[in-house]
Design a protein around this ligand. Structure first.
Ligand SMILES: Nc1ncnc2c1ncn2[C@@H]1O[C@H](COP(=O)(O)OP(=O)(O)OP(=O)(O)O)[C@@H](O)[C@H]1O
Length: 312
């Protein structure tokens, strides 16, 4: 269990992280989400013991930063945003070197490299030079580096930044695979990334925590606001607004610019999760208007993220 209490970091007089408190359970995959400059890297660097907090505490089980930083570092693997690899080495030589530096016994190294090769998909590139690898493959080598000592906790700073969609999918699959056994905290500024990979999402904005919930709950929250889109053939003017208002006084209905000529388009907004499509259809059926389209658009997680990080 990781316990973060009132974590704060100032760079001179600028507050980059402002009183973050959270608990991360063993085996959780936690996404630290926020726009650029929100304070993600600073938070992760404090968690790994690289940066000293201005105030606040970080406890990992019975250990505490800064008192037990060395012991905590042994339990953690860290993949910084740009993995600092030795580019002129072969992957195999580099990982062997990392294993030695991290204190693995000589006889354990071949077995560990084989495990990491399977876990991170390195079999075909073990004997390639690092500088000849694509960014996605380099990131996999960086992951193997971070995993060398089989740490309980993995901290990954924007692990898919700058990768193409296929490489992103591969790294996500590796994170999910590793996450079955480890606690993983990773940062991203891309909501779909956190949604696709995490059990829980913490959103930070301008150094402050603005949301902390399971991915499911955040989605549920997003689904509460619903917009229905109704298109009718012909120029039907304001009359449909008056008619549909009889369904529920809380509906917010307005006419918007039609997507195709010869139709009138209306947006029907509700703050509840109730599906009004059937009611709208039956109301329109009472008239001689002809429906061209009726769709439901849930408020997306993207909207929630934008709302919570407004002003960033
Ligand atoms: N060494 C530093 N000295 C002064 N200010 C800094 C320093 N490092 C970061 N900052 C500032 O602190 C704020 C948070 O930076 P941080 O890198 O933690 O954000 P981030 O969420 O990781 O952003 P990004 O997604 O762009 O990496 C930013 O405004 C940044 O400019």
């Amino acid at each position: 269990m990781i316990q973060v209490n009132n974590l704060t970091k100032y760079y001179d007089s600028f507050c980059a992280v402002d009183g973050i408190s959270l608990e991360i359970r063993q085996g959780e995959i936690l996404g630290l989400l926020g726009p650029n400059g929100a304070g993600k890297t600073t938070t992760l660097r404090m968690l790994t013991g690289f940066f000293k907090p201005t105030s606040g505490t970080i406890k990992i089980d019975d250990l505490e930063i800064p008192k037990d930083t060395l012991e905590i570092k042994k339990r953690m693997g860290y993949l910084p945003e740009s993995a600092p690899l030795y580019h002129n080495m072969l992957v195999f030589d580099y990982l062997t070197y990392v294993a030695k530096v991290r204190g693995l016994a000589k006889e354990d190294i071949p077995g560990r490299l084989q495990e990491l090769s399977g876990l991170c998909g390195l079999a075909d590139i073990m004997h390639k030079s690092i500088d000849a690898l694509s960014k996605g493959l380099k990131q996999r080598v960086g992951l193997a580096h971070a995993m060398m000592t089989d740490p309980e906790i993995l901290i990954l700073d924007e692990p898919t930044s700058g990768l193409d969609p296929n490489q992103i999918a591969e790294i996500r699959a590796i994170i999910r695979r590793i996450g079955k056994k480890k606690t993983i905290i990773f940062s991203t500024h891309i909501l779909s990334e956190a949604e696709a990979t995490c059990d829980r999402i913490v959103i930070i904005n301008q150094g402050k925590m603005v949301a902390d919930d399971t991915t499911e709950n955040l989605k549920h929250r997003a689904e509460k606001g619903t917009t229905f889109s109704l298109a009718l053939y012909g120029e039907t003017g304001k009359a449909p607004i008056k008619l549909l208002n009889t369904l529920d006084a809380d509906l917010d209905i307005r006419q918007v610019a039609a997507r195709e000529t010869g139709t009138s388009l209306y947006e029907v907004k509700t703050g509840s999760s109730r599906d009004f499509r059937k009611d709208i259809y039956l109301k329109i059926k009472e008239t001689d208007w002809v429906m061209a389209e009726l769709t439901r658009e849930s408020q997306s997680l993207e909207n929630i993220f934008q709302e919570l990080t407004k002003g960033a």
